[in-house]
Structure formats: structure tokens, C-alpha cells
Design a protein around this ligand. Structure first.
Ligand code: SAM
Length: 284
């Protein structure tokens, strides 16, 4: 008996062989071959019949087809031009998929959203090498995106959704929490892809806030402060900020601010949540 996983693997192999496709490492090409993981991504994507979904890197169109069965439109952006003829054929049964041969980092997401008259949902098995720039570009530029469901390296996913005091907690956790509600939708072992990557993956779901609960007028300064707070892992916040050079404050002055905000002067950055950082920064 052939199980479902074997079928997706066999389908993938058959397409790759038929087109004589060879994987390009520099494009982070690791194709998903596990049907259960595919189902989890689709479930986390919560696709509605009138949704316009932006898929980054359709590969050979596995996830693309699953999205297209539920969404109104799929905009699939693929950088590898050798995949385009293959995708055109594999996806020819669908009339709701728009293929764009481009680098996602050059695509104007705002213009796309305006063209379709609605915010986009992003769903993707992201190429590892651009995980952080893609996600941060969307969040920091406040692109019109209502949700992001992406497969990324497990290590990065753990850091994004980590809580204060845990080993994965760091500036990426605080920056992520600043922009979006974030949860881990699935853990994905490395054997769910061909070729098999050297790291495990996870599916993360991000819902950018309409109105950020802890916003500040000086975001650049705030993120500098958060990064400086984690710059020396075992040092107190006072030492990190006092020796960073980025802030016009002596250790004594910063200690005073901490006290005023109601914190112990020996506190470390890793113990502080986004609301804590926000509160201290507003007094600086
Ligand atoms: N979606 C497919 C799947 O799940 O099997 C493929 C995922 S694979 C991890 C990443 C895909 O992104 C590849 O098809 C790769 O060519 C494409 N890609 C890499 N860099 C890209 C970029 N800068 N812009 C758009 N697509 C890119």
C-alpha cells in the first residue's frame, strides 16, 4: 500500500525527473514532500474564499495548488526562471494563479495589494537564506499583509516566539512581538524535504497588529535600545546600555531611569518583556 507521504514524494520526484530539474542551493530549494505538513500550513493559513494569497517561492507548485483550491487568487513569486515553464504546465488546471518571475525582495507588495483592493495573506515555505529580511521587510514597512504563515528554520522560529527568561529569548523575540502576534503552528523535521536540509524547520504564524499595543515615535531608537540590551548576555541592562555608546547616558543616569520605572538596577535584558522595554524607553 502506498501511503500519502510516499505519494507526495513520488509526485515531486516524477516532476523533477520529467523536467530534468536540478536543485539550486543558492536559491534555498528544499521542496516539501510531506502531505501532513502541507495540510498544517493550509490549516494555519486559514484561507477564506475571497482571500488573495501571496506565495513566496512556489518551487514545483505543491503548496501553490493547495492554496489555489481555497483562495480566490494566488500570486506566486518565483526567482528561478527555469521553474517557470514547469510551473505553467503543472498549474495549468487553475485559472486563479498568477505567476511572477522575480525576486520577492524586489516586489512591491503594497502595489500588489492595491491592485487587488485588499490586504494579502502571505503563505510560504521560505528559502532559508532570506527568512529574516522577508519577514522583517513586511513587518517593518507595514506592508498591507493581514497574516503571515511561513516555514522557516526551527531555530529562528523559536527565537521569534520566545518568552522572557527562556534560552531562545532575544532581540528578535522583542522586535517580533512589537509588530505581530506570533505562534508556532508546527514543528517540521528535516526529512520532510528533498533535498534534505541540515536543519529542522517550523511553521510560524504571524498576525501583524492593526494598532501596535506598545508603539513608540522613535522606533529606530527603541530597536537600538533592545539590541543593546541583549548585546552582552550575562551583563546587567545598566552595563549593556552604559557601555553601548549609542545612548547619551551614563550608567548612573540609566540606573536612575530604571529605578524610576520600578525595576531593580541589576536586572538583565533577558528578563524584560516588550511592555517592560517600552516603559523604560519612554523614560530615556
Ligand atoms: N514552495 C515549494 C515547496 O514548498 O516545496 C518550494 C519551497 S523552497 C524552500 C523555496 C523556493 O523559493 C524555491 O522555489 C526557490 O527557487 C524560491 N526562491 C528563492 N529565493 C527567492 C527569492 N528571492 N524570491 C522568490 N523566490 C525565491
Amino acid at each position: 500500500m502506498i501511503d500519502i507521504e510516499a505519494t507526495l514524494y513520488q509526485k515531486t520526484k516524477a516532476i523533477i525527473d520529467r523536467y530534468g530539474f536540478s536543485f539550486k542551493k543558492n536559491f534555498g530549494q528544499n521542496f516539501l514532500i510531506d502531505q501532513r505538513v502541507l495540510d498544517k500550513i493550509i490549516a494555519a493559513g486559514d484561507i477564506q474564499a475571497d482571500d488573495v494569497v501571496l506565495e513566496i517561492g512556489p518551487g514545483i507548485g505543491t503548496l501553490t495548488q493547495a492554496i489555489a483550491r481555497k483562495a480566490k487568487t494566488v500570486i506566486a513569486v518565483e526567482i528561478d526562471r527555469t521553474l517557470i515553464p514547469l510551473l505553467e504546465e503543472v498549474l495549468s488546471d487553475f485559472d486563479n494563479i498568477r505567476l511572477i518571475n522575480d525576486d520577492i525582495l524586489k516586489v512591491d507588495i503594497k502595489a500588489l495589494s492595491e491592485e487587488y483592493g485588499r490586504p494579502l495573506k502571505v503563505i510560504s515555505n521560505l528559502p532559508y537564506y532570506i527568512t529574516t529580511p522577508v519577514i522583517m521587510n513586511i513587518l517593518e514597512k507595514e506592508a498591507p499583509v493581514s497574516s503571515i504563515v511561513v516555514m522557516i528554520q526551527k531555530e529562528v522560529a523559536m527565537r521569534m516566539q520566545a518568552a522572557p527568561g527562556t534560552k531562545d529569548y532575544g532581540s528578535l523575540s522583542v522586535v517580533t512581538a512589537y509588530f505581530a502576534d506570533c505562534y508556532l503552528a508546527a514543528n517540521v523535521p528535516r526529512n520532510c524535504f528533498i533535498p534534505r536540509p541540515n536543519v529542522d524547520s517550523a511553521v510560524i504564524s504571524l498576525k501583524p497588529y492593526d494598532k501596535k499595543p506598545y508603539d513608540t515615535a522613535d522606533r529606530e531608537g527603541f530597536f537600538k535600545f533592545v539590541k543593546a540590551a541583549f548585546s552582552m548576555r550575562r551583563k546587567t541592562l545598566v552595563n549593556c546600555i552604559g557601555s553601548s555608546g549609542d545612548f547619551d547616558l551614563t550608567k548612573e543616569e540609566f540606573s536612575e531611569i530604571l529605578k524610576k520605572a520600578g525595576y531593580d538596577e541589576r536586572i538583565r535584558g533577558e528578563a524584560l518583556s516588550l511592555p517592560d522595554f517600552h516603559r523604560i524607553f519612554e523614560l530615556m
